[in-house]
Design a protein around this ligand. Structure first.
Ligand code: ATP
Length: 477
């Protein structure tokens, strides 16, 4: 790709050409990607910095293939520039500036990245400190970052717009938050977005899923263990997630699964802002913002004595409700388009469009696994579709679980799925029927995946935690 071709992407006017040439000369590397995040231009200096061989043609490659941690796709996606970011490229510390490129109509057509690594001597102490900290964190496997911003939450429905507004306001406050929504509605995405939009964005975002860890492990993970208190791997002691999140945000996913004894300890952290590692009698002050999330009805659990009322009130200061996908009809097409682009970018599968019938099916489906399920179904469709369009069958419209959910759709949205006048199905029949079918499907999926729960959950388009909960319920009923 020549600079002329590049200019064709941007505009043909001479002034932009000269400006780009000057920018390229002024820095020690420049890179341009198009809307699909593929490289359309890479300067000679950048090629040298990356030590690319002379014959290697990088144009047309997804930028993440050349630079796996590149933030350029984010710039294309958000249309917002990113100034003065630190990035290590081939053992050189660089200062990177990234700018969106727009056409005459103002639409983002790509992004330009400019790298500086000469004459940065005065920044050397900063680089050294950054590198030292990073090494330490990597060695201790402690590096945690949040990948998402509030802008990454796709949707224009009134429900999602209101939720984003609430989240934006909540980000500025430092209070504890409780995110309430079904599985796959984007609670973790929202928690990360709030952290990024908060004054704590430069500090760690640490997440823990209470449903994914057995009780004894969960306590050590969260509160840490004191040196010498245990034998084996924990002999040296371990920093708990609460302490790791010091200065930043701690995301407690599936909080309803937290054992009662641990709830009491967490309450102390919330009240006193102090943490005591297992096997230690020393209290350490911590400054963390807690964002908890659940898909359960916590108030109901409190009534049944399964969740502490005092902790519930501490957490319930600022609840944010995430709407289920079936209640955001207007967002389904938008999300599907966005997710298809992401899947195609990440997997390099051919670009496919949804047929009208596929879109109708997406809009009519009940979405028990919400956005996560939508993504999984689209991913599968990209692999299964034989033509240039994705049809309803490619999305799994004939799966037993889809049919099953049409039943629940009938009960949830009576105006969308009329029931024959002669049929009288009681709600409890439907519930039992659904549960029985669901248990069968869960067991079948588990069998198909040789007992691997993560794979089984994935094949059903639900989270691992939901899978654990549901199969536990099936086996105890
Ligand atoms: N509004 C949205 N825009 C774009 N992607 C979304 C949106 N909501 C959810 N997703 C995507 O859907 C997937 C599931 O989201 P996430 O893990 O945040 O859900 P969750 O509510 O925390 O699920 P669980 O309760 O099962 O843990 C992720 O890949 C996330 O990026």
């Amino acid at each position: 790709m020549t600079p002329e071709n590049l200019m064709h992407l941007l505009s043909n006017d001479q002034a932009s050409h000269i400006l780009l040439e000057q920018l390229t000369n002024a820095c020690q590397g420049s890179l341009v990607i198009d809307r699909e995040c593929r490289i359309v231009w890479i300067s000679e200096a950048y090629r040298k910095l990356l030590a690319l061989s002379e014959t290697f043609d990088a144009t047309g490659l997804p930028v993440e293939r050349l630079l796996p941690t590149s933030q350029m796709p984010r710039v294309v996606q958000t249309g917002k520039p990113m100034f003065v970011d630190l990035m290590e490229i081939n053992n050189h510390w660089c200062v990177v500036n990234r700018l969106p490129l727009r056409n005459e109509a103002g639409d983002v057509v790509g992004a330009l990245g400019l790298i500086f690594h000469n004459d940065l001597d005065e920044l050397q102490p900063l680089f050294d400190k950054f590198a030292r900290l990073r090494r330490r964190f990597e060695q201790e496997n402690l590096l945690r970052t949040s990948r998402y911003q509030l802008d990454d939450i796709i949707g224009q429905s009134p429900q999602i717009t209101q939720m984003k507004r609430q989240a934006q306001r909540a980000a500025q406050l430092d209070t504890t938050l409780l995110l309430l929504g079904e599985t796959g509605t984007g609670k973790e995405l929202l928690a990360q977005g709030i952290h990024q939009a908060s004054p704590r964005s430069n500090a760690p975002f640490v997440g823990i899923n209470m449903a994914a860890l057995p009780e004894p492990l969960a306590e050590a993970e969260l509160f840490g263990t004191a040196a010498g208190a245990y034998t084996g791997a924990d002999r040296k002691g371990r920093i708990g997630k609460i302490q790791l999140a010091d200065g930043g945000t701690l995301f407690l996913d599936e909080i309803a699964e937290m054992p009662l004894a641990m709830q009491a300890k967490l309450l102390r952290v919330l009240q006193e802002r102090e943490v005591e590692a297992l096997g230690s009698n020393r209290l350490i002050s911590v400054d963390v913002r807690i964002i908890a999330a659940t898909s359960k009805n916590l108030a109901d659990l409190v009534e049944r004595g399964l969740f502490r009322a005092d902790l519930y009130y501490r957490l319930h200061v600022l609840p944010i409700h995430l709407p289920p996908l079936r209640a955001r009809q207007g967002d389904i097409a938008l999300l599907a388009e966005h997710l298809l682009q992401t899947i195609q970018r990440q997997t390099h599968l051919p670009a496919l469009k949804l047929s009208g019938a596929a879109l109708d099916w997406l809009n009519a489906y009940h979405w028990p696994g919400n956005v996560r399920e939508l993504r999984n179904r689209l991913e599968r469709a990209c692999v299964m579709a034989e033509g240039e369009q994705i049809g309803p069958m490619d999305l799994g419209s004939e799966d037993p679980i889809s049919t099953l959910n049409k039943l629940s759709l009938a009960s949830a949205q009576p105006d969308k799925a009329p029931v024959s006048k002669t049929e009288t199905v009681s709600a409890s029949d439907l519930k039992t029927l659904r549960q029985r079918h669901e248990c069968q499907l869960l067991e079948e999926a588990l069998h198909q995946h040789q007992g691997n729960r993560t794979a089984a959950a994935k094949s059903l388009g639900i989270s691992r935690a939901t899978f654990y909960n549901r199969i536990r319920r099936c086996r105890t009923d």
